[in-house]
Structure formats: C-alpha cells, structure tokens
Write a protein that binds this ligand. Structure first.
Ligand code: FDA
Length: 400
C-alpha cells in the first residue's frame, strides 16, 4: 500500500494546479507527499484543446457576477484569494507570451501546451499516475483508502478534481458526483452549459441555408430587468445557431424557455426602414435591409416574411414593423441543446452548501475537498472556468 499526504483525483486544470500549489508551499518547509491520478492517457487534455488550442487561461474581469451557482456568493472567497493577476504573474514568470483577445480574455500567443507544461513543472516533486482507474474510496482512521488499478493508496487528504460530465470522449465521468454522494454531500442536478442549442424544423429551415453567416448579435433570455443579455458573435449552422452569444445564453436557458435575438443591435430597424423609404422608396426591401445585415441573411428574412422583390415604397408602417421585429426581436424557442457531447462545461454539481467557501473542504468530512468544475460554480465563456479551477484549487491547497 502507498501512503501519501494528499491524493488528488483528476489531472485536469484544478487537480494539477492544486498539486502544484501544495508542492510550492511544501518547498517552504512543510514536507508533503502528493499523488495525482487520472484514468486518461495524458494530463490536462481539456487545457490542450481549450481556446482553439491557445487556452483562454483567465479573464481579467473575473468576479462572482460572472459565475452561475445556486449560491452566487460562494465563489467570491476563492476568487479573491487567487486573482487573474496572480495567474498572469505565473504565466509571465514561465516566459509564456500572451495577449488579450477581447473582453478581458487572455490567450497564449503560441500554444495551450505551454500552460500544461507550466502546471507540470510547478508540481515537480508530486507523483502523477496516468491511466489509473479509481475502483473504490472509503474513509479510514487515517483519512481515506482509495483502491486503484495500480493498488491501494492511503491518503490523509483526498481532493476530488474529477471535473463535470462534459465531453465523455475526453474522459469525463460522473465520478466526482458519485464520491460526493457517497460521503453525504448534496448534488445540484448537472446539466450541459456553454453548448450549441438545437431548434425546431421551422427555425432550421431558415438557419440551414445560411450556414456560415456570422453576425454581431445580442441574445437574451428572460424578461425586463431580470433578463440576461450577451452581445457577441452569432453563427448560423446546419444544426441551428451557435457562436459565443448562443453558448453564453445556453447556460441560462432551460427547456421550454424562449430566447430573443437582436441581429442588428446598434440599429432601430423600424426607424431606419422608414427613413430609407422616404429617401428612396424604389429600392427593394432586401436591398435596404442588407445595409444592416449580411445580404444572404437580409434576403432570407425578406423571403421568409413574403417581401421578396417588394419595394420599400409599397410597405405601410405595420409591414416595416414586422420586418424590424424579426431583425431586432427574433423570438425562438430552442428544442434542446447538443448536450454533453459538445458542452464546454457542466452546470450544477456538488452543492456549495456542503462545502466551506474558504477551503473547499466538505463540511461533514474532514480532509475531503472538491475543486474545479465538479462544484456547482460555472463561469461564463471567456476564461472564467479556468480561473475558477485555479482559484478553487488554490483555496484547497492553502488549507492542506
Ligand atoms: P477537467 O475536466 O479539466 O479535469 C478532470 C480530470 O478528471 C480529467 O483529466 C479526467 O480525465 C479526470 N477524470 C474524470 N473522471 C475520472 C475517473 N473516473 N477516474 C480518474 N480520472 C477521472 N475554460 C476556460 O476558462 N477557457 C477556455 O478557453 C476553455 N475552453 C474549453 C474548450 C473546450 C472544448 C472544453 C470542453 C472546455 C473548455 N473550457 C474552457 C472549460 C474548461 O476546460 C473546464 O472548465 C476546466 O477544464 C475544468 O477543470 P477541472 O480540472 O475541474 O476538470
């Protein structure tokens, strides 16, 4: 049997960072034996493919308002204990070149691989067992006994960093939730987040021929002051709508809900069409609309609403309003999402009521920690999820 001080299950962003933080602190005098295990063949696989291979490793605007959770205040303590600037300093020390793409999103100039290498370098001194399955976990007098495909490990502390259910092909399993339940922690039903939504046939009929068309859009969910809105890219695809604006809103959408899309956020299309009718009523409706939308989209909308070939001068205000409504307030009811297969994150997870926000330790079980995506804290798109992985891992490591 192997004896370690801390066993981390999951060699993803949170697990690797936690092991590194413990090792770095150990370098300052506290001797610790740390083992990280994972059933995958390589560590940090989601980091490798993240941000289109360049890893959007943090977001400068990370604060608790950028996260979804049943308890929106829970993440604040960990986030303030380890900030985006703290991670940037680490990246700078490692000599990794980076740039801000947009909206505070920081990416590597070269490759996400550099972040994985930095994390592995930082945890030198810890052991890493890959291709190792967890068979069972039980509490023991001295902590935890974990049966693995490589033998039994006894650990004083057990850190569960096994991630969520997103992308099973990349190694996601429900192990983190099973362990939480085994030790009496509650689970907020996991669901797919940051995922393309799917649409009914009548919407698909419009989207499919437009596959490849991209616009800057505002997508919203909910009504009035409680509405959630994202302004970002929207992409028509063969399966419906995708792009960052749709991924963002997907985390707020629930089955049966409607979303509203503004395809020309800076334009009051009703007013613009009236102006154009006054100036040049002979132009076609689609030509006028194409001043504000890609022409393929303008053509598709005018055709769908029965204005093909029609001139502006022949359209009374209510007709122009119909077109404007369709552009500025397009209401859609998605029928579902693409689910775990393509979801970038998992919403829900270990109920934060059962964790200490400062340490990520289970309230009812000394030495048992949950960090990263397995916890019911999910960031918006844009580097927030990695920042949560780093910050929650740091909080646990500090208390270990
Ligand atoms: P993570 O999933 O990284 O790690 C969990 C580990 O546990 C995995 O290595 C897995 O193999 C292991 N594991 C699971 N079950 C196990 C079992 N039964 N036995 C042993 N090991 C097990 N975020 C962001 O901030 N910026 C970005 O650019 C992106 N981009 C992005 C792209 C894509 C395509 C995806 C899918 C996701 C992103 N994300 C992202 C989200 C981000 O990748 C995610 O939030 C973090 O990786 C979560 O880190 P964790 O360590 O919690 O889980």
């Amino acid at each position: 049997m192997e004896h370690v001080d801390t066993l981390v299950i999951g060699a993803g962003a949170a697990g690797l960072f936690c092991a590194g933080s413990i090792i770095q602190a150990a370098g300052k005098g506290q001797e610790q034996r740390v083992l990280v295990l994972d059933h995958a063949r390589a560590a940090g696989e989601k980091i490798r493919i993240s941000g289109g291979g360049r890893c959007n490793f943090t977001n400068l605007a990370a604060n608790r308002e950028r996260f979804l959770s049943q308890n929106p205040r829970f993440c604040a303590s960990a986030l303030s204990g380890f900030s985006p600037q703290d991670f940037v300093e680490m990246v700078n020390r490692a000599g990794i070149a980076w740039h801000e793409k947009t909206l505070g999103q920081l990416f590597c100039d070269d490759s996400a691989r550099q972040i994985i290498d930095m994390l592995l370098h930082r945890m030198r001194g810890a052991e890493l067992w890959l291709e190792t399955a967890v068979q069972s976990v039980e509490a023991s007098d001295s902590g935890y006994l974990v049966r693995t495909s490589r033998g039994v490990v006894s650990a004083r502390n057990l850190v569960v960093a096994a991630g969520g259910r997103s992308i099973p092909k990349m190694g996601a399993t429900g192990l983190g939730y099973e362990l939480a339940e085994q030790f009496g922690l509650r689970i907020i039903e996991p669901r797919a987040g940051l995922v393309p939504l799917t649409f009914a046939t009548q919407d698909l009929d419009l989207c499919r021929p437009l596959a490849g068309v991209a616009v800057d859009a505002v997508v919203s969910h909910g009504q009035g002051r409680s509405a959630t809105r994202f302004r970002d890219g929207l992409l028509f695809t063969h399966r419906g709508l995708s792009g960052p604006a749709i991924l963002q809103i997907s985390s707020f959408w629930k089955p049966g809900d409607e979303i509203t899309v503004d395809l020309a956020p800076d334009q009051d299309i009703a007013a613009a069409m009236r102006d154009m009718r006054g100036q040049n009523g002979r132009q076609a409706v689609s030509t006028a609309l194409a001043r504000y939308l890609p022409s393929r989209l303008a053509d598709a909308i005018t055709e769908e609403l029965g204005f093909s070939g029609a001139r502006l001068a022949d359209q009374a205000n209510p007709k122009l309003d119909r077109i404007a409504e369709r552009v500025n307030r397009w209401r859609l009811r998605p029928v579902g999402s693409e689910g775990w297969r393509t979801a970038e994150v998992t919403l829900g997870g270990v109920d934060t009521r059962d964790l200490d926000a400062r340490t990520m330790q289970a309230r009812n079980q000394a030495g048992l920690y949950f960090i990263g995506e397995v916890v019911d804290v999910t960031g918006w798109l844009g580097g927030y999820n990695f920042q949560w992985a780093w910050a929650s891992a740091h909080a646990a490591a500090k208390s270990i």
